[in-house]
Design a binder for this molecule. Structure first.
Ligand SMILES: [Zn+2]
Length: 137
């Protein structure tokens, strides 16, 4: 299944495209922690407990994106220790990273359609996707 289809399925199942609400319904804990200047978040599954960790220094748009990205790992790669989402590896060619990015982008786009005349950049910004991740749409 593509990440786009998976995102649509999640939205239809949960009636929301909010990664925070979907994580809560799936009993995935979301913790806000100070992760320093470089790290946006990571996913862990210690003792079979899935946890999304988000840096509490991020703004709302960044933390929502990070939740979507880590939710992607939690659902697509639940038993794998995935790398930290860090500002120096945003454009990693790692397959798991790209899958998590695509799931986050398509989740945040949700069922929104572009307005006539709207550029791709304007559209994705309106959907709350930080500009550096537009390439994953
Ligand atoms: Zn990741």
């Amino acid at each position: 299944m593509t990440e786009k289809r998976k995102a649509r399925e999640l939205i239809l199942t949960h009636g929301t495209n909010s990664p925070f609400e979907i994580a809560a319904e799936k009993n995935i804990m979301v913790l806000f922690e100070d992760l320093g200047k470089q790290t946006w978040g990571y996913y862990s599954h210690t003792n079979r407990i899935p946890v999304i960790h988000i840096n509490n220094r991020l703004n709302q748009e960044q933390s929502t994106y990070t939740c979507g990205h880590e939710l992607g790992h939690a659902l697509l790669h639940p038993r794998i220790n995935t790398p930290f989402l860090r500002s120096n590896t945003f454009y990693s060619v790692d397959k798991l990273e790209r899958q998590a990015h695509r799931l986050a982008v398509h989740l945040l786009v949700g069922l929104t359609d572009p307005e006539p005349g709207e550029t791709k950049q304007q559209f994705l910004t309106r959907c709350g996707i930080p500009e550096m991740f537009h390439m994953f749409y």
